[in-house]
Design a protein around this ligand. Sequence first.
Ligand SMILES: Cc1cc2nc3c(=O)[nH]c(=O)nc-3n(C[C@H](O)[C@H](O)[C@H](O)COP(=O)(O)OP(=O)(O)OC[C@H]3O[C@@H](n4cnc5c(N)ncnc54)[C@H](O)[C@@H]3O)c2cc1C
Length: 480
Amino acid sequence: MTALVWYRNDLRVRDHGPLAAALAGGGTVRALWLFCEQQWDEHDVAPLRRWYMLESLRELGRSLAELGVSLDLLECGDFASAPKVLDEHVGRHGVHRVHCNREYPLNEMRRDWAVAATLEQRGVSLAWHDDGMLVSPEALRTVQGKPYTVFTPYRRSWDRQLDAGPLQLPGTPSPAGDPVSFQGEARIDSALEGLEVSTTARGIWSPGEAAALERLDRFVDEHLRDYAHCRDLPELDATSRLSPALSAGTLSPGRCYRLARQCADSEPAMAEGARAWIGELAWRDFYRQIMVHFPRLARGEPFREEGNFLHWSHNDELFDAWCRGQTGFPLVDAAMRQLNETGWMHNRLRMLVAMFLTKHLFIHWGRGERYFMSRLIDGDFASNNGGWLWSASLGTDAVPYFRVFNPVRQSQRFDSRGAFIRRYVPELRELDDRNIHTPWKAPLLAPDYPSPLVELAGVRDRVSAAFREARQRAERERRR
Ligand SMILES: Cc1cc2nc3c(=O)[nH]c(=O)nc-3n(C[C@H](O)[C@H](O)[C@H](O)COP(=O)(O)OP(=O)(O)OC[C@H]3O[C@@H](n4cnc5c(N)ncnc54)[C@H](O)[C@@H]3O)c2cc1C
């Protein structure tokens, strides 16, 4: 009897339902990873994220080997080849059952349905697990039996579900047998060759499960208490920066939740911070269940239909300036340069730059979404799509279209002394704490910094008018 664990974005051995279930079966356990580099290209996966995944895969292969489980790395190309590759592998090793964690974007779900159908013909079942979420996507419904599309009631129901009993995690697995050796190092090395990843970025991030667990403990010890008050201030580094680990699955959301919950329940001083942080894990689940219930979002459609009737700008020069952090608005530029240099951006700044692109420059959210994916170490389809549609006022529980973040006011409020701006925009280092938010008022002190790309006055009115017109057009189209 051989059970196979098919790894995807869940590169860990602890708190891993598929591995625990396969080991519990008692027979031989093998593990598998498919190299789908063509699919990575099609999905714009950033080089830095690939590096993070590959190094985490290396660590996983070694950890599994110590547990007596061989991790095989197979060539697959794109998702369409997955059923054939898996079918052959299953036949070769006499596998009777395949275990894997579900993935929720449409392409991944289609791949898995096709694999399940192929294996079924062989009499081999595919057992799904949901470790990637705290509450599985089908578990929560409104009183009308519909999926939740508004976060606050979703969160209430999500909390109730998690309050119903202690979260069961598989924990640390016991070995399946004597250690074996991991054979995949050379293939990982060849995949790493030619990836353009800067030494700065490599120095910031530590791939793998051990590093993720360490970061989680450090964050809880040092920052969880003040999270609610400090999380919006980018200069403080007060958030966990666990998003790369959560999106590659080197860490389970279950472990994060359980630790934060223990802190909230046992230490009153930690409760506020822990509750706020748990709220972010709830947003992560919220966007995942939205992906499952509204798969059209994965085809590039907005949730709100007026998004199909807006006349977006196609100005490549403006888009390029936004990408390079040359808009003339210091906090927007600092944020984009943080992304370009480190592969990560603070959440408040993601909202700011996304709103700036879609509202001030009136450029289609899909272009920003793709650019983010091509740069982010934590690129995650559901969270990225959810964040972009929220910022563009076209998502499920999105910001209202007439709410437009003013980049100067956001800068004065969330980076009041300009410390974050100075870190990423050296041209502005000489400006004082007041002028750093509006360098056009002191042009002699920042001669190399660009002038603002747009006039701030009138943006809100322009956006409101465009949305009103798009709504009317959508309404007319519906009546036809
Ligand atoms: C336009 C836009 C694009 C985004 N793209 C991504 C993406 O590709 N990948 C990604 O993981 N997150 C994305 N986010 C969500 C959020 O910005 C990041 O998860 C967060 O900044 C990661 O930093 P952290 O780990 O320090 O978060 P913390 O504040 O420590 O939060 C803990 C965890 O909760 C989750 N989380 C936090 N905020 C959100 C949120 N708003 N939505 C969903 N999950 C959240 C993340 O997994 C995060 O690691 C995006 C947000 C916006 C507005």
